[in-house]
Design a protein around this ligand. Structure first.
Ligand SMILES: [Zn+2]
Length: 111
């Protein structure tokens, strides 16, 4: 279950940042996860909660924002939200992924 190692990594990041900012108890964590990252939000949340026992993040609310990938036309720069073979604007077939593989901590709150 690779969510466990991701949760571990996130926890380390939050702990060290919280330490730098003098935060002793984290109340809320805001995460951004791309749909293409292969991470299951529920599993990540669960793993995080388990790892948080006795840590500064214990009982913290985890807010997850899912990010949908976008396709961008290399030719004209037009964005489209769905998978298309050709750009609806200029009919070019040079489409590129943009986003959707994010896994990041947007922010966290506490005192
Ligand atoms: Zn185009």
């Amino acid at each position: 279950m690779h969510e466990l190692s991701i949760a571990e990594e996130l926890l380390h990041l939050i702990e060290s940042r919280a330490h730098q900012e003098g935060i002793k108890k984290v109340d809320q964590i805001n995460l951004r996860i791309g749909e293409l990252s292969g991470v299951f939000p529920d599993s990540l949340e669960f793993a995080f909660e388990v790892l948080s026992k006795g840590k500064i993040t214990e009982g913290a609310y985890i807010n997850i924002e899912m990010v949908t990938p976008k396709f961008q036309c290399i030719n004209c720069g037009n964005y489209t939200a769905s998978v298309v073979e050709k750009c609806p604007t200029c009919s070019s077939s040079d489409m590129n992924f943009s986003g959707g593989d994010e896994l990041e901590i947007i922010s966290f709150e506490g005192d």
